[in-house]
Design a protein. Sequence first.
Length: 127
Amino acid sequence: MDDLLNPNEQNLIIEDALRSYPMATMPKGVSELVLARIRTEPAPRFQFTRNDYVLAVVLSLVLGAMLFAFQSLPPHALIQIRIQGILLWQSFLVNYRWLVPLTSIMFGASLAVFAFFQLLRPQRFEQ
């Protein structure tokens, strides 16, 4: 396209070419072949497997056992757990020394994963 034309003029030229360009006729057997292929291939159907049911039952039992165990604790134990949770949260807020090693480990791991995927990518040679 000529760069001297503005976008509206370019669009008008393209639309005119699309209207005036002769249409080619379709081969006779194409539509029948396409429709026959569509009709013969069944649509994929989502099905639950036995492993899905087993996993759901196991996770439900574990969650129920955790709830039962938490509710059957004496009040003194619940208070101690709450105190320890508060102390842990305060130590995270006050002592941020864990932040530097954690971020450096995460940064190094992300670089390693990026390098690994770059090595797996197929090489493209331009000629």
